[in-house]
Design a protein around this ligand. Structure first.
Ligand code: GLU
Length: 405
């Protein structure tokens, strides 16, 4: 089968070929009659530990807090009022997190709990903080267990469904694969329960109006995470370079089954997470300021390193942390763009200074970088000029996220 994944090493149908995988677990898989399905969770933990041993970094986005909490609190069946759902989530989330910590812990994997609200993924400053936390957990070898913070999320400011939340988490973490496990095994041309002629689609190359129409068909409004939210998730994920898979989690070891070729719908990504991110930084945001940097800093960023405060010689504009800024050389020539890690008053205070001095100057231990290398995109001519100079580093190194900080 030809690969629909843009990453050179990843192969469609082979989860183990992806490097950073987000797995979304639907409530119905994990909770039955208000009780946790421990055997199912243990089998999932087995799947996860196999992927982790193979070198993948993993993030789990798990539903089930409300379903579990409602069991513990003996709430009536049927729709819950908002405050009841919030109370149920409060009680259920503890049980859910503990269950993951135990199941993964038994396999030598540390779990961390991350509860997000809509603002954490949509407001740039909070987005950067959440991304940093996820990245640090992964670097430390822990598996973040993510859910929406349902106890404080109200209807206007919540995702409500974990399909879209999982897609935003995947793009935030620059994951190369997102797996949505629920009780549906993939996308059909029509709802299979109602239409005997419905045809299963193993691969979706692009989310066209036709594909959206398939998802919008009847039945999707009944459940929170119907096909509609899954296609929304696919749009978010694939446009950010993340391949997405919809597969059934009804049987034990669903990830192992996908690896063994179980029925699933694979949505192709249009690029890689790194190039999608670079396109976003490079093109879509209006710069709010300018950092003038010295020759040493230019050499560092061209060789794939971060821009440190020490290399910044002048600052213009009133930007906030997370804003895009232009980077220029001492003659004002454009070097590139990046997301700045400091508000401009702090940036002014630490520019030209050694990163070790940041805490003394600002009174708190800030980031060592003014712009982290993952948040930095060099202009084409900057890259071009380095090819003819003494920089023999590969272009990949300057563009990718693998260079040295
Ligand atoms: N965050 C909700 C919970 O944990 C689930 C949302 C969904 O079903 O997608 O209960």
């Amino acid at each position: 089968m030809s690969s629909i994944a843009p990453s050179s090493t990843a192969e469609t149908g082979r989860l183990s070929s992806y490097k950073r995988i987000v797995v979304k677990i639907g409530s119905a898989l994990l909770v039955e009659n208000g009780k946790l399905k421990r055997a199912w969770l243990d089998a999932l933990a087995e799947d996860l530990s196999r992927l982790a041993r193979g070198g993948a970094e993993l993030i789990v986005v798990s539903s089930g807090a409300i379903a579990l909490g409602r069991g513990v609190l003996s709430l009536p069946s049927g729709a819950l009022r908002l405050e009841q759902a919030q109370a149920a989530a409060s009680v259920g989330q503890i049980a859910l997190a503990r269950a993951y910590a135990e199941a993964l812990g038994a396999r030598g994997i540390v779990a961390g709990q991350v509860l997000l609200t809509l603002g954490d993924t949509e407001e740039r400053r909070r987005y950067l903080n959440a991304r940093e936390t996820l990245g640090t957990l992964l670097k430390l070898g822990a598996v973040p267990i993510v859910n929406e913070n349902d106890t404080v999320a109200t209807s206007e400011i919540r995702y409500g469904d974990n399909d879209r939340l999982a897609a935003r988490v995947a793009t935030m973490a620059s994951a190369d694969c997102l797996v949505l496990l629920s009780d549906v095994d993939g996308l059909y041309t029509a709802p299979p329960a109602q239409d005997p002629d419905a045809v299963f689609l193993p691969e979706v190359a692009a989310i066209t109006a036709e594909i959206e129409a398939m998802a919008g068909a009847a039945g999707s409004e009944l459940s929170r995470g119907g096909m509609r939210t899954k296609i929304d998730a696919a749009k978010i994920a694939t446009s950010a370079g993340t391949v997405m898979v919809i597969a059934s989690g009804k049987e034990l070891n669903p990830l192992g089954r996908i690896e063994d070729g179980a029925r699933a719908t694979w949505f192709a990504a249009r690029s890689t997470p790194a190039s999608a991110r670079h396109a976003w930084i490079g093109g879509h945001l209006e710069p709010r300021g300018t950092l003038q940097v010295d020759a040493g800093a230019i050499r560092a960023v061209v060789s794939g390193k971060s821009l440190l405060p020490a290399g910044v010689k002048a600052i213009e504009g009133e930007f906030s942390r997370g804003d895009t800024v232009r980077i220029v050389d001492p003659d004002g020539r454009d070097i590139g763009r990046g997301l700045v890690a400091y508000d401009h008053p702090e940036a002014l205070l630490i520019m030209g200074r050694n990163s070790r001095e940041i805490e003394t100057i600002l009174g708190y231990a800030g980031r060592a970088e003014m712009i982290h290398r993952d948040d930095l995109v060099l202009s084409d001519h900057t890259l071009g000029s380095t090819k003819t100079s003494d920089m023999h580093k590969t272009q990949d190194n300057t563009q990718g996220s693998e260079g040295n900080a």
